[in-house]
Design a protein around this ligand. Structure first.
Ligand SMILES: [Zn+2]
Length: 409
């Protein structure tokens, strides 16, 4: 039986089982289309001791993240989010030329660039060499490696510790969560602050975001479970914000347990109480989720079948990780979606993993005038609908799959 990556209890309870799926970021070049693709189970469990929702580590991060196709800077919404975060942190924690900012999973420097503009010293840590290269080119110092306890010790020995240590959408992607969080404790100055953002499990459950479950995301956090994990390593979460990003995320603020200058905020206490009231410390709240997922699959397929029966055409928009969980779990291939488009040039001329839907530049939409655009990164639906308003000229409509499959004019 698998065991919990934080507390080692046996994992006896299924959260949702999405069957077998390929790695969601492994878009295929044309010459690989006729070869076998590895498929791995997408079976999420919930620990009945610490309530961490998790996948087993079927694939190591080295296989997933050393060449990665995700460049944060391709999303305008995400860049704006990063910019306003740097303004907020600089004001709130009085960061300046003498501060050190360290970002774990710094991607292409999408965020650190705004600290650099303010003259604040930064260090990025990013294991994907191709992505880190873009950060180097922008003049952002970056270590090309995975962050863990050992790296934190090495950095501390060189006198590098953080006044602000941040990581956005990385905590979920770490199989060895204990080494990672211990490392954060080591990499943090006595008065330093940690902020981390990750999708909120409560939103995933309430809004039916099952497609955010994929092999690259090993863990799915509630405030309650992340608080237990940080406490296990001498860190206190003293504040939390609820953000709209990625369909609903938490931004947690943590400090050393020994640093009592920052008291635990009312909104942190309030969120914890809200999660307890929602039943997140009981198993029955988790077991209802899986039925909701199966129902969504049936509704989405009904909608697509009805559209195809009328002889209409459907194009996809985006080829994000979450799209691939959805397409594979629902069995949606070129029988429903002719092609998809993406702004990331790395994906052009390639195919979605498992479902083999071709990926083109966004111009393809204007060229082929599809009747429907199926938006796969539904968390960016406003931005995408605005960029593609022109499809209304030929009566085009948008399909949004989550939380309930819907057609929008
Ligand atoms: Zn556990």
């Amino acid at each position: 039986m698998p065991s919990c990556r934080f507390c080692s209890s046996p994992l006896k309870h299924t959260f949702v089982n999405l069957g077998m799926s390929p790695l969601c970021e492994s878009v295929l070049p044309a010459d690989k289309l006729n070869q076998m693709e590895p498929f791995f189970p997408l079976h999420a469990y919930v620990c009945d001791s610490c309530f961490l929702v998790q996948l087993e580590e079927y694939v190591s991060p080295a296989e997933i993240f050393t060449e990665y196709a995700y460049y944060s800077s391709y999303s305008d919404t995400w860049l704006k989010h990063a910019k306003s975060y740097t303004d907020l942190m600089t004001d709130q924690f009085k960061l300046g030329k003498h501060s050190q900012v360290i970002e774990v999973a710094s991607n292409d420097g999408y965020l650190l660039q705004y600290f650099v503009e303010k003259g604040i010293p930064v260090l990025g840590i990013e294991p994907a060499r191709n992505v880190a290269q873009v950060a180097f080119d922008k003049g952002i110092p970056t270590i090309v490696e995975f962050f863990d306890e050992k790296m934190a010790r090495d950095l501390a020995l060189q006198g590098k510790q953080a006044d602000l240590l941040l990581g956005n959408n990385v905590l979920a992607q770490v199989p060895g969560i204990n080494s990672f969080v211990r490392g954060m404790k080591i990499a943090l100055k006595v008065q330093g602050i940690i902020t981390m953002e990750f999708p909120h499990l409560v939103k995933l459950m309430e809004e039916n975001q099952f497609d955010t479950i994929y092999h690259e995301h090993f863990s799915y956090f509630s405030f309650i479970s992340v608080e237990k994990i940080f406490a296990g390593h001498g860190l206190v979460i003293f504040d939390v914000e609820e953000l709209p990003t990625h369909g609903g995320s938490l931004r947690i603020y943590a400090r050393h347990a020994e640093n009592s200058t920052l008291p635990v905020s009312e909104r942190a206490k309030e969120l914890k109480k809200r999660e307890e009231d929602a039943g997140l410390t009981r198993m029955d709240a988790y077991s209802a989720f899986s039925d909701k997922v199966k129902e969504t699959k049936r509704k989405l397929l009904n909608l697509l079948i009805e559209i195809k029966e009328r002889g209409k055409t459907i194009a996809g928009y985006g080829a994000p990780g979450k799209g691939n969980t959805l397409l594979n779990y629902c069995g949606i291939m070129t029988d429903f979606i002719d092609y998809t488009v993406d702004r990331n040039p790395y994906k052009h001329g390639r195919y979605t993993p498992g479902t083999h839907i071709p990926i083109f530049t966004t111009d393809k939409i204007q060229e082929t005038k599809p009747d429907y655009i199926f938006i796969l990164p539904w968390n960016l639906k406003e931005e995408i609908m605005k960029q593609n308003e022109f499809i209304r000229e030929w009566g085009g409509k948008f399909i949004i799959p989550i939380p309930v499959p819907t057609v929008l004019n």
